[in-house]
Design a protein around this ligand. Structure first.
Ligand code: GAP
Length: 455
């Protein structure tokens, strides 16, 4: 979609309507931290459950897990996060602002691959940046900065064990591989899905909810025979594309971004990102990695557990390769919101053009007069009974009520008026076109099903 012209207005709308607002507001907020209100929660839940249906419950090889945020700290040693989960950080001595070196290079020397440079070469390049973001610049020596959040377990001072908040949900899956294999299907391919909070002490969070220190991930770990891994990797690219199109993304607003070998994470053999054309520019939305046997081999070596797959019928043995489609729920929600945001000049209204599955309210029931409240409640109850989440809006002019429900993305509005008493009919209005149609009360459920299923 075209970029949002007035991005501040868009953010303010999301705050005003109760989708997303700054966290800890009464204490002045907490930098780059946001809470979700009713509509933000519903939108996130809808995205998550669409993901779960698309990737997990519709696949006989896929299963869920819910592992802990706090794990034995040895996990992060074996996974390589304690040593390698770092960004290169540099400070501008003039204004004390800190930056990721890759970010500085992206802005100042977009054609230079800084990962290939020695530290003295990096410093030499940095010394050429004499002004940055409206300030004079003088750089200190870049340092590696570990992104793991540390905390402590235990009550006795000096006897507390340092623990880490997980930076990805994936490791909770790898360390349980044997149990998951035994308790599910005991064969490959095996797909394990997890949704949960992850934490990273990001050096430069920002761009609203794009990069935050606390966020929700939805990850799939696909355990496969090494010789089949490349095929699975390719098929996931296709599958994720279908997923994004179903969520309402246009082909033009997404692109594939293959990582060069020097940019790969410490665990990855190959990675491709689906980028989205956010208002601030292209940014990673979803990553698909071939993690090879890095994780299982390291955990096997360091824990002493045998984490190989063995086919008892044939004797076939391997450390499975892992293909990992991983996405951030908050980031996906931001992209969905940007992609759906519309201004209808003719009718002077804003609306969120969510597909039906994502709309927080599928339907709003609007009685024109107070005397229709009883009937409105009856219609509303029937919608809820059929698992169609709906609202009743009683107050304000009908125009204002339509305006409000368009702005939160409600898919249909049903209006009860004088004619309803006469012939048991209501008007049903489509959010996107504002077209209205009269239908009988008894036809509402069927009508909604028929007019939303292909969307
Ligand atoms: N297990 C692999 C992994 O965590 P990643 O590329 O570091 O890979 C996967 O993260 C996804 O998680 C990203 O594509 C992004 O959607 C989301 N993500 C990562 N860091 C984030 C952050 N600081 N804030 C919001 N989302 C983030």
């Amino acid at each position: 979609m075209a970029k949002i012209e007035n991005y501040n207005f868009f953010i303010n709308q999301l705050k005003k309507l109760g989708f997303v607002f700054p966290s800890s507001q009464i204490y002045g907020g907490l930098a780059n931290s946001y809470d979700y209100g009713h509509f933000g929660v519903l939108l996130a839940k809808n995205i998550e459950s669409f993901w779960a249906d698309f990737f997990v419950t519709s696949n006989p090889n896929a299963f869920f897990i819910d592992s802990k945020i706090l794990l034995n700290p040895k996990v992060w040693n074996s996974s390589g996060h304690l040593d390698n989960f770092t960004d290169l950080l540099v400070e501008n001595k003039i204004n004390k602002k800190r930056y990721r070196v890759d970010y500085l290079f992206e802005k100042a020397f977009p054609d230079v691959e800084f990962e290939k440079l020695s530290m003295s070469e990096v410093q030499e390049y940095l010394s050429r940046i004499e002004n940055f973001e409206n300030s004079k610049a003088k750089w200190n020596i870049p340092k590696k900065f570990n992104l793991l959040f540390q905390t402590y377990q235990g009550v006795v001072e000096n006897e507390k064990t340092p623990l880490y908040l997980r930076p990805e949900t994936a490791q909770g899956i790898f360390i349980n591989f044997k149990t998951l294999l035994r308790t599910t299907k005991n064969s490959l391919p095996l797909i394990i899905a997890q949704v949960g909070k992850s934490f990273r002490n990001e050096i430069s969070p920002g761009n609203f909810i794009f990069r935050t220190r606390e966020f929700t991930q939805m990850e799939l770990e696909i355990f496969t025979k090494p010789e089949e891994a490349e095929l699975v990797f390719q098929s996931q690219i296709e599958k994720i594309k279908r997923f994004l199109l179903k969520l309402g993304f246009s082909e033009k607003s997404i692109r594939l971004n293959y990582h060069k070998s020097e940019k790969l994470a410490h665990y990855a053999k190959s990675t491709v990102d689906f980028d989205y054309n956010f208002n601030f520019g292209w940014g990673e939305l979803i990553g698909i990695s071939n993690r090879g046997d890095y994780d299982l081999k390291n955990h096997a070596k360091k824990s002493g557990e045998n984490l190989e797959f063995v086919d008892s019928a044939t004797g076939y043995k391997c450390f499975p390769y892992i293909i990992e489609p991983s996405m951030g729920l908050d980031r996906l929600m931001l992209a969905v919101l940007e992609e759906s945001f519309r201004f209808d000049q003719q009718k002077n209204r804003y609306f969120l053009q969510f597909p039906f599955v994502l709309s927080p309210y599928k339907v709003a029931v609007l009685p024109l007069l107070k005397k229709f409240s009883f009937l409105a409640e009856k219609i509303w109850k029937n919608l809820i009974k059929h698992k169609i989440y709906a609202a009743i809006s009683n107050s304000g002019s009908i125009g204002k009520r339509y305006y409000y429900h368009d702005s939160i993305g409600t898919y249909f509005c049903i209006t009860i008026d004088e004619q309803t008493n006469e012939d048991q009919s209501v008007t049903i209005r489509f959010r996107d076109t504002t077209k209205q149609q009269r239908i009988k009360i008894g036809e509402i459920i069927e009508f909604i099903k028929e007019n939303s299923c292909n969307d």
